[in-house]
Design a binder for this molecule. Structure first.
Ligand code: HAM
Length: 418
């Protein structure tokens, strides 16, 4: 039997690649002083019905549980975050800077870059109105991608502002209840034929396309780019007002990250959602917020596509499943001795392996190489000594059993532990 469509099996190397991605995510989020949190993977379906917008609701993995509750596997984290923060905000000093790594589920048509489960890093700042928070968040997003060895030649953050469009719609005197539809049409315009967008926009088509052609700008967007420029990050961003994002809760700055070549789907997306926490607490708590999520699927495709990033990824994968020491048991009589030593070495934190059952010595050395061991310890005829071999240099030395731990420690201290 196979996995369901859109669901992945993670074989050891895939798991190591996933761990490598998670490790970079965690490392850079911590550099920015974000703290880790998580929520439940199952939530009441209403949470998304009310908060995420039509597109995501169509994609829910939802069912009725045995207690007759309408529930959904989480398609995104933001509504959960807003719910949790609304309930616990008094326990925390503002602004809150929280990140989370978890799996999400959307019943989408499976295609390149889109599966039915994926992992996301979410980073959110809550309780800060000033747009310096927008700069901080976008800088974090850029620095995370840089940590994978990606450069401004590999990806671009397209920045926009929903207020730019809501100001425009106000000027056009469009009733507010129609705004969301227009914003969704603008969001889809890059993926749909121009005629379809024109038809949906009606009399707004002309002014909207004129803005697209001229490239809209605003004072706020210029200040954002300047703020990133002051950190040396201007080369990573472009103002592009065609970005409005598909989720309903965004209120201000919005951005999406794409590969420069424009071959892949979005790597990350986010923005300001200043009203969501207030709405979820029915007005009890009002708190501005902003954040983004980065998915592992498109990111993984980009990392494998770019030489420098791929090298880092492959090194990261290799590193994870490597061992330090392989114990070769050439004489079965010495197995008890060897096991005692192995226990000791593992207690000290070394990664150690050995043949569980008797095996030919050349095969054991081959296994040691395959597992990426740095040294072998051979228990053979030289009793009570042990033959230590450096697999990189092929150097061998005979060490007395009681000096072995020191000798191993010295080797890894000098040449660096794995
Ligand atoms: P989103 O744009 O829906 O935003 O998703 C963020 C990223 O998750 C996307 O750019 C993409 O890389 C990845 N992603 C989404 N769906 C799939 C899928 N079916 N398969 C593979 N990857 C996928 C949000 O989810 C917002 N909640 C982000 C946010 C956080 N806004 C504020 N805070």
């Amino acid at each position: 039997m196979q996995a369901l469509p859109g669901f992945r099996d993670f074989l050891p190397d895939h798991c190591a690649a996933r761990n490598y991605i998670f490790a970079r995510w965690r490392e850079v989020a911590r550099r920015y002083s974000f703290v880790e949190w998580d929520g439940p993977v199952l939530e009441p379906t209403d949470l998304y019905r009310k908060k995420s917008g039509a597109e995501i609701v169509d994609q829910l993995f939802n069912f009725t549980d045995k207690g007759d509750r309408e529930v959904s596997m989480r398609p995104e984290l933001t509504p959960t975050l807003a719910r949790v923060v609304a309930a616990h905000e008094r326990a925390f000093k503002k602004p809150l800077k929280w990140f989370s790594i978890g799996q999400f589920f959307r019943y989408e048509k499976q295609q390149r870059g889109r599966l039915r489960e994926h992992y996301q890093l979410n980073c959110d700042i809550m309780g800060e109105n000033d747009f310096v928070a927008d700069i901080e968040l976008i800088a974090l997003c850029i620095d995370i991608l840089r940590a994978f060895g990606l450069t401004e030649k590999d990806f671009v953050v397209r920045i926009s502002d929903r207020e730019f469009w809501t100001d425009f719609l106000r000027q056009q005197e469009l009733p507010t209840e129609k705004w969301e539809d227009v914003l969704q049409t603008i969001d889809k315009s890059g993926r749909e034929p121009r005629e379809k967008t024109e038809e949906k926009l009606g009399k707004l088509a002309e002014p909207v396309f004129s803005i697209f052609d001229k490239g809209g700008r605003s004072g706020k967007l210029d200040r954002l780019v300047d703020g990133l420029g002051a950190r040396g990050l201007a080369g990573f961003v472009d103002v592009d007002v065609r970005i409005v994002r598909g989720l309903a809760y965004y209120t201000g700055t919005v951005f999406e990250v794409f590969d420069r070549a424009g071959k892949l789907r979005a790597i990350a997306g986010g923005g300001r959602y200043d009203n969501l926490i207030g709405q979820l607490s029915e007005g009890a708590v009002s708190m501005p917020a902003l954040g983004f999520a980065m998915g592992d699927v498109v990111l993984g495709e980009l990392l494998r596509d770019r030489a420098a990033a791929r090298e880092k990824l492959e090194a990261g994968v290799k590193e994870q499943n490597k061992i330090d020491i392989y114990v070769v048991i050439a004489k079965e009589q010495r197995r008890p001795d060897a096991l005692e030593e192995i226990q000791e070495l593992r207690d000290r934190g070394y990664r150690v392996d050995y043949p569980l059952t008797a095996d030919k010595v050349p095969k054991q050395f081959q296994t040691a190489e395959n597992l990426g061991a740095r040294i072998t310890l051979l228990y053979g005829d030289e009793w009570p000594q042990v033959k230590v071999k450096n697999l990189a240099t092929r150097e061998e030395s005979l060490i007395a059993g009681d000096a072995l731990l020191d000798s191993v420690a010295k080797f890894f201290n000098i040449s660096g532990s794995a």
